[in-house]
Design a protein around this ligand. Structure first.
Ligand code: AMP
Length: 116
């Protein structure tokens, strides 16, 4: 398991790094990815600094549900009525680079499957 450490996303939550925020509530923050991989690429993060999905615990079940429902609402507001992809890269083999749990929302074009 990864240790809880300070990440760039902690700084974003504290507004120490500017991002284009599209949604915020007391549990979650959603903002545009700085290196978009699709016409719409938004990240939904919990304010609680859980490093990876593998670090989530049973006590986080409501928070994890909230992140997915937030992703759904953010996708609706972004106009992704043709569909979209929700991705949680987890750990080294999952391609995770920022160790603060985050949900990618990708849409606005036909996405390939499987990913690389
Ligand atoms: P992952 O590779 O799944 O850990 O995703 C991390 C994502 O965070 C990448 O898509 C990055 O482009 C994105 N990212 C990193 N720094 C920033 C930032 N300052 N603002 C917005 N997105 C960022």
């Amino acid at each position: 398991m990864s240790e809880t450490t300070e990440t760039i996303f902690s700084k974003i939550i504290r507004r120490e790094i500017p991002v284009d925020i599209v949604y915020e509530d007391n549990l979650a923050l959603a903002f545009k990815d700085i290196h978009p991989q699709a016409p719409v690429h938004i990240l939904v993060i919990p304010k609680k600094p859980i490093p990876t999905l593998a670090d989530a615990e049973s006590q986080d079940h409501a928070l994890l549900g909230h992140l997915l429902l937030t992703a759904k609402r953010v996708a609706e507001v972004a106009g992704l009525e043709n569909g979209y992809r929700v991705v949680i890269n987890t750990g080294n083999d999952g391609g995770q680079t920022v160790y603060h749990l985050h949900v990618h929302i990708l849409g606005g074009r036909q996405l390939n499957w499987p990913p690389g």
